[in-house]
Design a protein around this ligand. Structure first.
Ligand SMILES: *Cc1c(COP(=O)(O)O)cnc(C)c1O
Length: 230
């Protein structure tokens, strides 16, 4: 399928989810996750009108950057090794995966300007997932005060791998509650307005529960090998 065709379908689903809860579709930023696909396919996504691209590894981001440069807004959505920070820091619009102080320290040190970060939260407490436990997040964010180049724009999570709608909804709802809790602290470096949650299988529910950024790979640009299937 062409990205443009997938995009029409996804935009319909976004509108539908927004309508259900009285939100405006332009409150939801669509990030095309291009980690499985070629630079060519990422380019096709941009030509279809997509502005935000997400990559989860520095190699993937850098390879596409070589061709696409700063035309798209780049979102780093994967686990970020401290030693890789310097490779991507001046190329990304957002880092969605801040999950430890040592990483904050490195970002702060390498950044030439304020960097928009989201704190990754492991709401579902799955062993396989990265991120802070919900109850650790506030203390973590408070401890970021000394790092003048770090802006905490919001929170990110990956929902558990399940079709159980109640479980998904609870996960997203908890992240939204946590966001409000942090907003209420009025920290000048942590406006915490963004909620990055929702992927191919669950973005409708995520939007109903307040997502402001959805990260879609498979349903939008396809999986690895998709391009051959055209
Ligand atoms: C791969 C990935 C996505 C996209 O997943 P799909 O199910 O293909 O939409 C979203 N977020 C993160 C952090 C990812 O690693």
């Amino acid at each position: 399928m062409k990205v443009a065709e997938n995009l029409i379908h996804i935009n319909q689903q976004i509108s539908h989810a927004c309508q259900k809860v009285n939100r405006a579709p332009d409150e939801v930023k669509l990030i095309a996750v291009t980690k499985y696909v070629s630079t060519e396919r990422a380019k096709e996504a941009m030509e279809a009108g997509i502005v935000n691209l997400g990559e989860n590894r520095d190699e993937g981001l850098l390879a596409k950057w070589d061709v696409l440069g700063d035309k798209p807004k780049w979102h780093f959505i994967g686990t970020l090794q401290t030693r890789k920070v310097k490779n991507i820091i001046d190329k990304v619009e957002y880092i969605h995966s801040l999950d430890r102080i040592s990483l904050a320290e490195e970002i702060n040190k390498r950044a030439g300007k304020k960097i928009k970060c989201l704190v990754q939260v492991n709401v579902s407490q799955e062993e396989s997932k990265h991120g802070l436990a919900a109850e650790e997040v506030l203390d973590f964010i408070k401890s970021l005060r000394p790092y003048e180049n770090i802006m905490i724009e919001g929170l990110m999570t990956m929902a558990p791998f399940t079709d159980d709608e109640t479980q998904l909804r609870n996960c997203f709802r908890r992240l939204n509650e946590l966001r409000h809790h942090i907003q209420n602290c009025n920290l000048d470096y942590a406006p915490c307005t963004e909620l990055s949650m929702g992927m191919s299988n669950d973005f409708g529910i995520a939007i109903e529960e307040g997502a402001t950024m959805i990260r879609i790979g498979t349903a939008l640009v396809g999986e690895a090998g998709e391009e051959e299937k055209k």
